[in-house]
Ligand binder design. Structure first.
Ligand SMILES: [Zn+2]
Length: 146
């Protein structure tokens, strides 16, 4: 006998309020929910990968950047997504954790600020009509970076 879990879903297509590039570190998942709630994001396309925006700003391989840009492109094409939110977070393993910054949270923040700024420019260059927000998430909350 097959195991089956019932789940009744809407089959209607949607326009996404945002594509959200998020690191899969589970410690920050509660913040993801908070972001959805506070920004009133009803329909969204989560693009969940280790390091969040790192694959745009400082990928280990160029193919990582192209893969992520393609995912964003598809979100825009399939769900007419007008907004991209790029997230990086504190103590991210993809960046080597807080210890990489000598346990200096300000040094860590300024590095992520630069990384997210560079990633934002890449999105704006490739998709000029899309609004891009960059955020840094730590253990106390979510910071929108200008
Ligand atoms: Zn991470």
């Amino acid at each position: 006998m097959q195991k089956k879990i019932k789940s009744k879903l809407s089959n209607h297509h949607y326009v996404a309020d945002a594509a959200i590039v998020w690191c899969y570190d589970n410690r920050f998942w509660k913040s993801f929910g908070k972001l959805l709630e506070k920004e009133k994001l009803k329909h969204f396309d989560p693009i969940v990968i280790a390091g969040g925006a790192k694959s745009l700003a400082s990928p280990a391989k160029k193919s990582e950047r192209e893969f992520l840009l393609k995912q964003i492109e598809l979100s825009i094409k399939l769900h007419r997504t007008p907004r991209v939110i790029l997230m990086n977070h504190a103590d991210c393993g993809a960046y080597g954790g807080l210890k990489t910054f000598g346990n200096d949270v300000e040094k860590e923040f300024s590095t992520h600020e630069k990384e997210l700024g560079n990633a934002k420019k890449m999105i704006q260059k490739r998709f000029p009509k899309v609004r891009v927000d960059i955020i840094f998430v730590n253990f106390t909350g979510i910071t929108f970076i200008k």
